[in-house]
Design a binder for this molecule. Sequence first.
Ligand code: ADP
Ligand code: 5GP
Length: 188
Amino acid sequence: MSSGQLIVITGPSGVGKGTLVRRLLEHYPNLHLSVSATTRPPRRNETEGQDYYFVTQKLFQQMIQENKLLEWAEFAGNCYGTPRFAVEEKLKQNISVLLEIEIEGAKQIKQTFPNAFRIFILPPSFTELEHRLRQRETESETAILRRLERAKEEIALKEEFDRQIINDDLETALAELIKEIDSILKKE
Ligand code: ADP
Ligand code: 5GP
């Protein structure tokens, strides 16, 4: 039976994953973006059920115990996970699914979905990554430093992924991503 393709976009916080994913969804209206669950509090501009399912630590633990998450990870003091049901349903319906997740989760996905295609987004430099995180103005100084610290460990693992794309100029990175995804979707 044919099934949709699972595509994972990963990379350090602030590299531009969310920005690229928004543009990808405009380009591929049939692609389904998985909405993650998180224990992080919502940012000013975020909507429940659209950006994330914002849940308590207790509910998140329950989701883990009931095997309701395809993968999950702790990131900079909060938990993030991919709800299993929606992803499995879409794939069964032959709809391709996009996950935008951090590195530990992306590693776990390979075990459950060996055919998942995982793309690592890199910043042009560490200085630029720091600049992007700061100018987004969504995190406290402590949270920014935590994310930058983690970014160093994450970037060191880039070779574990199927493709690496540098997000320097946004339009160039988007065009590269579209080229990759076009070739993945053709293989379905
Ligand atoms: P992530 O989802 O990886 O944490 P975001 O998509 O929120 O990252 O991007 C972080 C910040 O960097 C945002 O302010 C975004 O507008 C900006 N940004 C993203 N891509 C680029 C780019 N290619 N050049 C300059 N700024 C960018
Ligand atoms: P943010 O707090 O900036 O929204 O997200 C922090 C990090 O968690 C980002 O790298 C983001 O990609 C990642 N993330 C979002 N949802 C998930 C998820 O379901 N699972 C995992 N493992 N990481 C996620």
